[in-house]
Design a protein. Structure first.
Length: 157
């Protein structure tokens, strides 16, 4: 689904559980709340980044563009996140780089739980699934020095 497609939530007395009690709306008031898909992706991205063991989000190309954005002082909080938003449910695909030597399946489980909780609590929609794809492992001290070390000697001529 496109990042620009809005998500519409109908609020009113029967939807109080979506927005929480005491939301400040007049009792019995109805209306529409529109949340852009990009907002859902940002919420998921922020939640995934907060999980211990997640070094970065996104694949190689996305991280390269992210490094360029960092240089100019910008940040894409939805990097590495793809969401599909229906009328009542959200599905998310999260691409991560995990810190070595943490157990990858545990980090993936924590990412899945954090993203689901954030979307359900902040967006107010049910999460159908959160798929986590681990595309790389960050090795502290080794991966940090990749650009500064001399090229490795080749075994072939």
């Amino acid at each position: 689904m496109s990042d620009m497609t809005p998500t519409t939530l109908t609020t009113g007395p029967s939807a109080a559980s979506l927005s929480g009690a005491g939301s400040g709306a007049a009792s019995g008031a109805t209306g529409r709340t529109v949340i852009a898909d990009a907002v859902v992706a940002k919420v998921a991205g922020i939640a995934a980044r907060d999980v211990p063991g997640v070094h970065a989000l996104g694949g190689g190309a996305a991280r390269a563009f992210g490094a360029l954005r960092d240089v100019v002082g910008s940040q894409d909080l939805a990097q590495g996140i793809r969401v599909e938003v229906g009328e009542t449910q959200v599905a998310a695909d999260v691409t991560v780089v995990v810190e070595y030597p943490l157990p990858m399946s545990e980090v993936a489980d924590e990412v899945r739980a954090a993203v689901a909780a954030a979307v359900e609590q902040l967006i107010g929609m049910e999460v159908a699934e959160v798929n986590v794809v681990i595309v790389d492992v960050h090795i502290p001290g080794v991966d940090d020095d990749d650009e500064t070390t001399a090229p490795a000697t080749t075994r072939v001529r």
